[in-house]
Design a protein around this ligand. Sequence first.
Ligand SMILES: NC(=O)C1=CN([C@@H]2O[C@H](COP(=O)(O)OP(=O)(O)OC[C@H]3O[C@@H](n4cnc5c(N)ncnc54)[C@H](OP(=O)(O)O)[C@@H]3O)[C@@H](O)[C@H]2O)[C@@H](O)CC1
Ligand SMILES: [K+]
Length: 509
Amino acid sequence: MKILTAAQTRELDQATIREQHLTSAELMERAAEALVEWFCSLLDQEQAGEVLVLCGPGNNGGDGLAAARLLHQAGYQMRVALLPAETQSADWQHNRLHLPEAIPVADISEQQLPAILPGTVVIDALFGTGLARPLAGLAAALVAHLNAARARVVAVDIPSGLFTEAPQPREDVAVRAQHTVSFGTPKLAFLLPQNAEFVGEWHVKDIGLSQEFIAGSTTPWYYTDEAAVAGALPARAQFSHKGTFGHALLLAGSRGKVGAAVLAARACLRGGVGLLTARVPGCGYDIFQTSVPEAMCLADPQPNFISALPDLQPYQAVGIGPGLGQDAASLAVLQQLLQTAAATTAHQKPLPLVIDADALNLLGQHRELLALLPENTVLTPHPKEFERLTEPARDDYHRLELLRQFAQQRRCLVLLKGAYSCLATPTGELHFNSTGNPGMATGGSGDVLTGLLLALRADARLLPFQAAQLGVYAHGRAGDLAAAKTGQAGLIAGDIAHYIGPALREAEA
Ligand SMILES: NC(=O)C1=CN([C@@H]2O[C@H](COP(=O)(O)OP(=O)(O)OC[C@H]3O[C@@H](n4cnc5c(N)ncnc54)[C@H](OP(=O)(O)O)[C@@H]3O)[C@@H](O)[C@H]2O)[C@@H](O)CC1
Ligand SMILES: [K+]
């Protein structure tokens, strides 16, 4: 699903009106109906008590006025407070005119901020995608008043004061909502950690906006939902054999961290690889062979870390990093791998690589090696590891820009891990993942991801981007399926590996 800018959303609005021969008030009515339908499913009249709608002067405020009318008709007890402005939008005026007289309406002023008792349900319809500058004066005072009131807040389209695709100066005021109900497509602002305290849980409602316009819009931002990966995994042909799905090599583990190799290997196998060989330090041989009998094992001559790169000739993809440690000998292995992989071409393509964890840290310490990264290498840094590869980011938006630049410059697929993990492509696209849960913030979760990505990169039927996108999505989905059984607190990385099969099955063609 595409993520659009505020300007594109306005054009989308107009395109929909033209295409479907609607009035803009009719489109606003659809938005209000979608909001109200969601609202009624959350709280009934009794649970909601008196509902206060705060309305700004534009179409966001218009949505609020229309919703107040519809909720009143549904039997909710409504109250409306209006933020004064020199002008109001035409659809605002239309809905102001149609607001039932039974609903009390007050004008907001510095002297008369609306009374908000703790627990009051407030619908924030002050500003939406039309926010033109940071909040100041009365609007800022009102938002601060609301945030201090400990109300239950539902934001319409976007919490007022948040920009759709740009950061706030830090001291800015924005509404802290428990829920945000948006229309059509998700907003970039919803996907960034720094906005989580404002956005709360977000919901995107379909209001029949022009699909043709969306299809024709250019954007660097995408949201990887179920539809984006549907059918991404080709069905297995009747006469396939182990060779069809590739032979992967995993370089992982050091003394005390052999478990990382085990977890990555299990995930790789669950990811459908044909054959897996793991290079582990000498101390890991028995552990590995016992824990993952389905994989082959090449013990390193060194007992505590990996010091020698096996011959790469038999392999269709190589993963390196989980539990690797940062010994100088392992650095030399990484360097040799990068050099050899670029030269090891099958059909003019370099050997697919997946680079994670300590291998990323080694790259961060020796940035001259970045120039050796073969095209379409998959790197899976979390924000700290990414910072070591680039520079500290000022905020989440700046980090996205650094991510985009890095993926373009290095012609790699870079996955910035976190909630809504973001996959950057060599062409400068950013794909935010929709699956996963906080239970996955647990040791070994990243090792499982590396193993799964390795399996999918070894599968020659998938293009590099498809493999990476599917891997991230299925990893999160496996975590969701696992958490449904174990709960989030009880979830461990091995559970994620266990559910990779069911998660991939959902994406099968
Ligand atoms: N697109 C769609 O698909 C659909 C969109 N819909 C809805 O429309 C919303 C967008 O409406 P919108 O464009 O009228 O802008 P909105 O957010 O109400 O604000 C503009 C007003 O605020 C003012 N203002 C701005 N910044 C300010 C500030 N810092 N401090 C004070 N004032 C400030 C600005 O005034 P000005 O900048 O001219 O002074 C203007 O009066 C969208 O979020 C969604 O809810 C749905 O109804 C249907 C489907
Ligand atoms: K709002």
